[in-house]
Design a protein around this ligand. Structure first.
Ligand SMILES: CC(C)(COP(=O)(O)OP(=O)(O)OC[C@H]1O[C@@H](n2cnc3c(N)ncnc32)[C@H](O)[C@@H]1OP(=O)(O)O)[C@@H](O)C(=O)NCCC(=O)NCCS
Length: 407
């Protein structure tokens, strides 16, 4: 046990020139789960700010013991502008159709909060959150939110009881393994790869009123980690060569279609399932061998997740029409094959709990997470469009835009 005088905690900005090892040690200590249980280890590939660095503004703080300079906790945060509501255009020209427009707000996001097991329940987590919120407010953020597992009592209590957050949305993370065989894309569907500018205009025209839509969607799409935006249309409608551009497409779209973008998380972090028994590992290996030897049998093989593996994240899912889910399925098959080419082991997507296109996304229930809990807090009241009111009190929409930069 430490004397009180030794426990002075200094919260300061992360310094990449001297803090990387200290931060990695805290990450490692936090991964130790109950023995004999599977745990998911994340390797940030030596870059502790990798999960916020692509956002327009970000900060990482560390908590250090003043006596020994040991790092015992950290937190990351970022701020960006996203859609929080929609309003109808007040265009006075009577023959213009009234269309919904996005209402934007400055939103802060907290992630990667960790406190060393040896220094928990000493108020360090709370201190880190309060300091981060201070930075959010100084930079004009109106709301702050975070994602946590529903059953993480420590973090749910910290944010809801002590910091004034409320439970807000419960999106679903769907995860599918990458098999040793390729998936076939239905021959009734044509896939078109959109240019960045076409993808941007399609997203802005059709999805900018979806909750959490990032106003800087163009920088997401231009990022080197973005592997492309793909559109699925009925065969014979358009080909890659005859594609007329998003504006023309949207002025006369087919009855059903869907769109999806893919993000390469493999170059940002690696995951590893730890604690699996030898039997489980052998079983998984056997399925892979069978699938590789006999690809035409399409054995649903289990990828090697017991060594560090990469993933692709699918985002920007959308579509219209009665068969949209079928088009989503074709897009997911294509994303699976991209992930296989990229030597990833899983593909994941996060969608709103009532997302109507969810049915089209193939996934393994055991790998997925039904309820990722998002908590939110209003930091200030005198910011965005007053007519919209308090976002934290609004009911969920059918869809949500999950930004791949912070997955
Ligand atoms: C969540 C975590 C950061 C809390 O850090 P901490 O420094 O122990 O938290 P604090 O001492 O500041 O606790 C503040 C409040 O949070 C709640 N809390 C913290 N740990 C708790 C626990 N184990 N059980 C229930 N409530 C808890 C309590 O309300 C506590 O106030 P109290 O001590 O007056 O009762 C820490 O447990 C941790 O690193 N967990 C693993 C990583 C993680 O889950 N991160 C959160 C992801 S968003």
């Amino acid at each position: 046990m430490m004397g009180d005088e030794e426990c002075v905690i200094v919260v300061r900005e992360f310094d990449p020139s001297k803090d990387v090892t200290g931060v990695e040690q805290v990450e490692k200590r936090c991964e130790v789960g109950p023995s004999r249980k599977l745990s998911l280890f994340t390797d940030l590939l030596g870059d502790p700010i990798c999960r916020v660095r692509h956002s327009p503004a970000f900060l990482m703080l560390v908590a250090e013991l003043s006596s020994t300079k040991e790092i015992v906790g950290m937190i990351r945060g970022c701020i960006k502008t996203v859609t929080c509501a929609k309003k109808l255009s007040r265009n006075t020209k009577s023959n213009d159709p009234i269309k919904p427009l996005p209402v934007y707000t400055k939103l802060a996001y907290i992630l990667g909060l960790r406190v060393s097991p040896s220094h928990r329940r000493m108020g360090i987590g709370l201190k880190l959150v309060l300091r981060m919120e201070q930075w959010f407010t100084q930079n004009g953020a109106e709301y702050s939110y975070l994602a946590t597992e529903n059953d993480n009592q420590a973090s749910v209590n910290l944010f809801t009881d002590k910091c004034g957050y409320s439970k807000f949305r419960t999106p679903t993370i769907l995860v599918n393994p990458v098999f040793a065989h390729r998936l076939t894309v239905s021959n009734r569907v044509t896939l078109i790869k959109l240019s960045v500018s076409d993808a941007e205009s399609l997203y802005r025209r059709r999805f900018s009123t979806v909750e959490f839509f990032p106003r800087d969607i163009d920088s997401v799409l231009k990022n080197r980690l973005n592997l492309g935006t793909f559109l699925a249309v009925p065969r014979g409608f358009y080909t890659q060569e005859s594609w007329p551009g998003s504006d023309k497409f949207l002025s006369d779209p087919p009855e059903s279609w869907a769109v999806l973008s893919v993000w390469n998380c493999k170059d940002v972090f690696r995951l590893e399932v730890r604690g699996a028994s030898r039997i489980k590992k052998t079983l998984a290996r056997t399925t892979r061998v069978a699938d590789k030897l006999l690809p035409f049998f399409r054995v649903p093989s289990i990828p090697d997740v017991f060594r560090p593996f990469g993933l692709h994240f699918m985002y920007g899912l959308g579509g219209e029409g009665p068969s949209a889910a079928k088009f989503v399925k074709a897009l997911c098959a294509h994303a699976h094959n991209l992930a296989k080419d990229g030597e990833c082991s899983v593909v994941a997507i996060e969608v709103a709990s009532c997302e109507p296109l969810k049915n089209g996304v193939p996934h393994w229930k055991r790998l997925s997470c039904d309820e990722d809990l998002w908590c939110i807090k209003r930091l200030g009241e005198d910011y965005s469009d007053g007519s919209v009111g308090d976002w934290t009190k609004s009911p969920p929409g059918l869809s949500i835009f999950v930004d791949p930069r912070e997955f």
